[in-house]
Design a protein around this ligand. Structure first.
Ligand SMILES: Cc1cc2nc3c(=O)[nH]c(=O)nc-3n(C[C@H](O)[C@H](O)[C@H](O)COP(=O)(O)OP(=O)(O)OC[C@H]3O[C@@H](n4cnc5c(N)ncnc54)[C@H](O)[C@@H]3O)c2cc1C
Length: 575
């Protein structure tokens, strides 16, 4: 049941209050409300996702950044980027970032999860043991054009009975065959991987995306589909901002936080409070979660004191360990008029294609931004390893990603016809932070991604661009690629390449780690492996912030997996 205003919410006892109706929050909303005697409340700051066309039509996703459905956070000036300030999009809408993201579905590597298990001492987080949760989440779906997908994925690796739709693209890109030919021609460096979600992502393969017959599948459209929304024991309060969580019991032996304080999104009206009888679950994401914890006096004691907040729980790791993937978009002019730039640069054509999409959910608008992605490692004997330990979780884990697309992208504004290869550092060594600007919980926090502050990250970015150039030097692209475009064209030496990197790197919007899991006995970390906040009862954190290390892939699938397991752990404790 959806409520749009605080005043309309009934006064009842809620067993669980979930803060944030985002990717993880809606998994919990669904799984906990399966138990009819649990009353579940979700408090979400954003509005409904229903009817938001840019969120429904996959091709329009890039228009959501900077819109009313984005929190519109920005970073502090980034020292590694010559002082540039970056936007850091986060979904401000039911479904959270799953309602505004680029829909790539990648699980990371098996060793990423095995490292979660070893870092926390909980084998339940290992690759083998999370397999049931992958399947609870995933509902493999045929692509919108029903093309033959025989050699494009491995069905044995996928779940067909889950909730969240995953599919291959439903419309071919004009460069598809050239990409595949390259994997044969340059087999050594760019081997074809027919399913990069096996735990061994290395190679180049077909993109899988959270798309359901041409429409976005988000945690809101899937886990909160109308049959689930109709549950009488599930209440979802929209347009309501959680300001703090409050201590419920003052006894030192049972420090409990089960009370949530909130106000309407436009901050009109008084702040209200609700106390959950079983647990509060913080699912406000990697920025929102530490922001709420710090505003509530849970964080580093001296840092809180410095801005005028009395620490109730001294947990120095809150807001630390922020990791994100630095990314660059690199475009080359091509010798063809048949590129996706036709859609990006021609509003009339987009309107025509939208009519086709509205009728049948087919056509190029039903696709995510690429057909193929690649996952690669820098050479084992790279000079950087003389000074830096490899931050990747193991030898089956890439250091960088190549996102191969026809066209320069919907937001590029570049006139002409292009092929582009996005380069992403997926095992960054740098760590940033989220901290408070003021004692006012409605003030946005200070976000420092620390991008390119580690030499390793710059090294990998440089190597990834060289690798992208080698990819396009395959015979398959002869007569097609004319040459690099825009600022990229001037990056002709290593020095100029570094300048180009620092001037143009952006975030691919994968922040994690700001309320990280650690072993129960560790002196650092924010939550135990069961996701309970250390030293506090009644409070769990379930979202991207609990990842102790960033996954080597796009982060939504791991968030879904973490949330599915968290739901099981919570049920186990209360049933
Ligand atoms: C533009 C963009 C593109 C991306 N592309 C991809 C991709 O292609 N593939 C991929 O795998 N991942 C992608 N990601 C990352 C992925 O979407 C996120 O890692 C994941 O969705 C995070 O889930 P979460 O549950 O941690 O947070 P979110 O899904 O962001 O949920 C947090 C929720 O909490 C709410 N909230 C926060 N603070 C408060 C408060 N004080 N009061 C009330 N509610 C609050 C928010 O409004 C939001 O709904 C992208 C992200 C973005 C933003």
């Amino acid at each position: 049941v959806i409520y749009n205003a605080i005043e309309s919410l009934p006064v009842i006892n809620y067993d669980f209050v979930i803060i944030g109706g985002g990717t993880a929050g809606n998994v919990l909303a669904n799984r906990l409300s399966e138990i009819s005697r649990f009353n579940v409340l979700v408090i979400e700051s954003g509005p409904t996702n229903e009817g938001v066309l840019n969120s429904i039509v996959p091709f329009f996703a890039p228009q959501l950044g900077g819109s009313a459905y984005d929190w519109n956070f920005t970073t502090i000036p980034q020292r590694g980027l010559g002082g540039r300030i970056l936007p850091l999009p986060r979904g401000h809408v039911l479904g959270g970032s799953s309602s505004i993201n680029s829909m790539f579905y990648t699980r990371g590597s098996s060793s990423d999860f095995n490292r979660f298990a070893s870092a926390t001492g909980d084998p339940g987080w290992s690759w083998d043991n999370i397999q049931p949760y992958i399947r609870k989440n995933e509902k493999w779906t045929t692509p919108a054009d029903n093309h033959d997908t025989g050699d494009q994925f491995d069905p044995s690796l996928h779940g067909f009975d889950g909730i969240n739709a995953v599919s291959l693209n439903g419309f071919p890109q004009p460069i598809d065959s050239r990409v595949l030919t390259t994997t044969a021609e340059l087999h050594e460096e760019f081997p074809f991987n027919n399913d990069m979600n096996s735990g061994n992502p290395l190679g180049v393969g077909w993109l899988q995306a959270t798309i359901d017959h041409g429409k976005r599948s988000s945690s809101a459209t899937s886990y909160l589909a109308s049959n689930f929304q109709a549950r009488k024991n599930l209440h979802i309060l929209l347009q309501t901002r959680v300001t703090r969580i409050l201590q419920t019991s003052t006894s030192v032996s049972t420090l409990a936080f089960r009370t949530v304080e909130f106000t309407s999104e436009n901050a009109s009206g008084p702040r209200r409070r609700i106390t959950a009888s079983k647990e509060l679950i913080l699912s406000a994401g990697s920025i929102g979660t530490p922001h709420i914890l710090l505003s509530s006096g849970i964080g580093d004691q001296s840092e809180l004191r410095a801005i005028g907040i009395k620490a109730i729980v001294h947990l120095p790791s809150v807001g630390k360990n922020l990791s994100d993937h630095p990314a660059l978009s690199n475009a080359w002019f091509v010798n063809s008029n048949d590129t996706i730039d036709n859609l990006s640069n021609n509003a009339t054509l987009r309107a025509e294609l939208l009519q086709e999409w509205e009728k049948s959910k087919t056509g190029p608008l039903g696709n995510a931004g690429a057909s193929h992605i690649g996952w690669l490692r820098i050479a084992d004997n790279s000079s950087i390893f003389q000074t830096t330990l490899d931050p990747s979780s193991g030898p089956n884990t890439p250091h960088y990603e190549l996102v191969i697309s026809s066209g320069a992208g919907l937001n590029s504004g570049l006139p002409g016809h292009f092929v582009s290869i996005g380069t992403v550092v997926v095992t960054p060594a740098a760590r940033g932070s989220v901290s408070l600007k003021s004692t006012d919980p409605l003030d946005p926090p200070l976000i420092d991604l620390a991008f390119l502050e580690s030499e390793f990250d710059v090294f990998v970015m440089r190597e990834s661009i060289k690798s992208a150039r080698r990819f396009l030097s395959a015979p398959a692209w002869k007569d097609y690629v004319i040459g690099p475009a825009d600022a990229f064209a001037n990056a002709t030496t290593d020095e100029l390449l570094d300048q180009y990197i620092r001037n143009n790197t952006i975030s691919v919007s994968h922040p994690v780690g700001t309320a990280a899991m650690s072993a129960k006995t560790a002196s650092y970390g924010v939550v135990n492996p069961d996701l309970r906040v250390k030293g506090i009862s009644g409070l769990r954190i379930v979202d991207a912030s609990v990842m102790p290390f960033i996954i080597c892939g796009h982060t939504q699938a791991p968030v879904y997996i973490i949330a599915e397991r968290a739901a099981d752990m919570i049920k186990m404790d209360w049933l």
